[in-house]
Design a protein around this ligand. Structure first.
Ligand code: 4NP
Length: 166
C-alpha cells in the first residue's frame, strides 16, 4: 500500500460556501472513521474572495448541523493543483467545466469527478446548488446534501487506496 496520503480537493466558485463546507464535512467523516490516510483542501475557480473566511451563513449552518470549522482562507484553483491532488471535486457543472478547461491532459481530466457522483440514493439533483443568494435553509440544504454524500466518497477513496492510486 502507498505510504503517501490520498489528497482530495473540493472546488466551488468562491471557496466561501460549498467547498469549505465539503472540506469540513469530509474531515468530520474521516475523523469518525479513524481514516488518517486522506488529506483534504478546498479552493474556488474565481478570485473574488481570496483570503476570506467562509461565509458566516455557511459557518452558522455547519454549526447547526454539529460540524466544527477548523479554519480556512479562500484561495483560487491553480494548474499546479492537478499534480498535487488525486481527486478534484467540483460542486456544480460550471465549476466542472471551468476545471476541464484548465486541464491539459487526459490524466488531469480524469482526476475531476463531480460531487454528485456520490450523492445518496434517491437524490435527484446533479449538483450542489449555489446557496450564495439564498437563505439559511439553502445553506442547511447544502450541508445535508454533502453529509449524505460523504459515506459514498469515503468508500470510493478507500477503494482507490486499495488499488494503490495515491
Ligand atoms: P461558493 O458560493 O462558490 O459556494 O463559495 C459563492 C460565493 C461567492 C459568489 C458566488 C457563489 N459570488 O458571486 O461572489
Amino acid at each position: 500500500m502507498s505510504s503517501r496520503p490520498f489528497r482530495v480537493l473540493f472546488v466551488c466558485l468562491g471557496n466561501i460556501c460549498r467547498s469549505p463546507a465539503a472540506e469540513v464535512v469530509c474531515c468530520a467523516h474521516l475523523d469518525r472513521e479513524g481514516e488518517q490516510r486522506v488529506q483534504v483542501d478546498s479552493c474556488g475557480t474565481a478570485a473574488y474572495h481570496i483570503g476570506q473566511r467562509p461565509d458566516a451563513r455557511m459557518l452558522a449552518a455547519l454549526q447547526r448541523a454539529g460540524f466544527v470549522y477548523g479554519g480556512h482562507r479562500a484561495r483560487q484553483f491553480r494548474r499546479e493543483d492537478f499534480a498535487r491532488f488525486d481527486l478534484i471535486i467540483p460542486q456544480d457543472e460550471e465549476n466542472r467545466a471551468d476545471l476541464l478547461a484548465l486541464a491539459s491532459t487526459a490524466e488531469q481530466k480524469a482526476r475531476i469527478v463531480p460531487m454528485s457522483r456520490w450523492f445518496a440514493a434517491g437524490e435527484t439533483r446533479r449538483e450542489v446548488p449555489d446557496p450564495y443568494y439564498g437563505d439559511a435553509s439553502d445553506f442547511d440544504d447544502v450541508v445535508s446534501l454533502l453529509d449524505a454524500a460523504m459515506p459514498g466518497l469515503l468508500r470510493d477513496i478507500n477503494a482507490r487506496l486499495q488499488r494503490g492510486e495515491a
